[in-house]
Ligand binder design. Structure first.
Ligand code: DOR
Ligand code: ZN
Length: 344
């Protein structure tokens, strides 16, 4: 039997949500990941140390029996965030703060309207050793949705990186060749996460033959040359790029709607699908770095002990998952074949 063993991986970007949903999402991630960077875009958003601590406790309480899964918490930046908020959050163990341009994605209306006004906060984060995680898209109506990542690089990211050379920045869920090239050329304090959907799919998978709402996420899938650039960079083993699923559940009726939510719920199959991609690329030897080493090293955290094993074996991703409230969620790649399986 063909199999691969890798050091226990982490997920450096996901959405657990809150309330009853936590029983579903925390277990699905803890089945293979030891740690995860937990996004703060709840309703209301997680904007101070107290909210971070309370949310962390709710996640810990939702862990399956015997699990040693560790959530790594983040703070949601707004134009009201103060230096004191950064210091208090850091003291409460928060590892990073998340920059959402207002209106860029799910629950981002309260987020950052004036980026320049936040520069003193970035300075405090640099002093405190708190990472800055960026949803890198501009939100202007007149900028085409497919160009919003590149526009953010040109207009904003370049300036932030040069103003704060000691600030560790993760350019989250990158989707374009422009982002790959930017991160490769930037200093060593700039890295990026890449999702399974942006490695597996391009915009044809969203739009050809009908709109496929379960492939709709933000930043939106791009044309295939961008998908190729993402696949090529992970195959090189470049240490600036690491695993961040952006697993982001929405109930089925919120996705299959006249105005469907953005997000792919990939926790049920993410490590398996990444393995499939690295196998397709002939780069299985680079999977462990991407999934288990580069992120921990960049965050300055120890690599995990233990290992997981993946076996080359076909299985079908479930059509849907029923939440404790009885409502279904359609997972990413629902009903499709995956040719790598986590050995449990
Ligand atoms: O597709 C996405 N879903 N992208 C994001 O940036 C947010 C996420 C969510 O929270 O649903
Ligand atoms: Zn996200």
């Amino acid at each position: 039997m063909i199999h691969i063993e890798i050091q226990t991986p982490d997920d450096w970007h996901l959405h657990f949500r809150d309330g009853d949903m936590l029983n579903e999402t925390v277990s699905a991630t803890a089945r293979c990941f030891k740690r995860a960077i937990v996004m703060p875009n709840l309703v209301p958003p997680v904007t101070n140390a107290k909210m971070v601590e309370e949310y962390r406790q709710r996640i810990l309480d939702a862990r399956p029996e015997g699990s040693d899964f560790e959530p790594l918490m983040t703070l949601y930046l707004t134009n009201e965030t103060t230096s004191e908020d950064i210091i208090a959050a850091k003291q409460a163990g928060t590892v990073a703060a998340k920059l959402y341009p207002a209106g860029a994605t799910t629950n981002s209306d309260a987020a950052v309207k004036s980026l320049d006004a936040l520069f003193p906060i970035f300075g405090e984060m640099q002093n405190q050793g708190m990472l800055l995680l960026i949803h890198g898209e501009v939100t202007d109506n007149h900028i085409d949705i497919f160009d919003r990542e590149k526009e953010f690089i040109d207009r904003n990211l370049t300036r932030i990186v040069s103003a704060f050379p000691e600030l560790k920045i993760v350019f989250e869920h990158i989707t374009t060749k422009d982002a790959v090239d930017f991160v490769v050329a930037a200093n060593d304090n700039v890295a990026a996460t890449i999702t399974p959907q942006h490695l597996l799919l391009n915009r044809n998978d969203l739009l050809v033959g009908g709109v496929r709402p379960h492939n709709y996420c933000l930043p939106v899938l791009k044309r295939n040359i961008h998908q190729q650039a993402l696949r090529e960079i992970v195959a090189t083993g470049n240490k600036k790029f690491f695993l961040g699923t952006d697993s982001a559940p929405h109930e089925k009726n919120k996705k299959e709607s006249a105005c469907g939510c953005a997000g792919c719920y990939s926790a049920w199959s993410a490590i398996e699908l990444y393995t499939q991609v690295f196998d397709e690329l002939g780069a299985l030897d680079k999977l462990e770095g991407f999934a288990s080493h580069h992120g921990a090293d960049f965050y300055g955290l120890p690599r995990n002990e233990g290992t997981i094993t993946l076996v080359k074996e076909d299985w079908t991703i479930p059509e849907q998952i029923i939440l404790s409230n009885g409502n279904p969620i359609v997972p990413f790649f629902a009903g499709q074949n995956c040719n790598w399986k986590l050995k449990v």
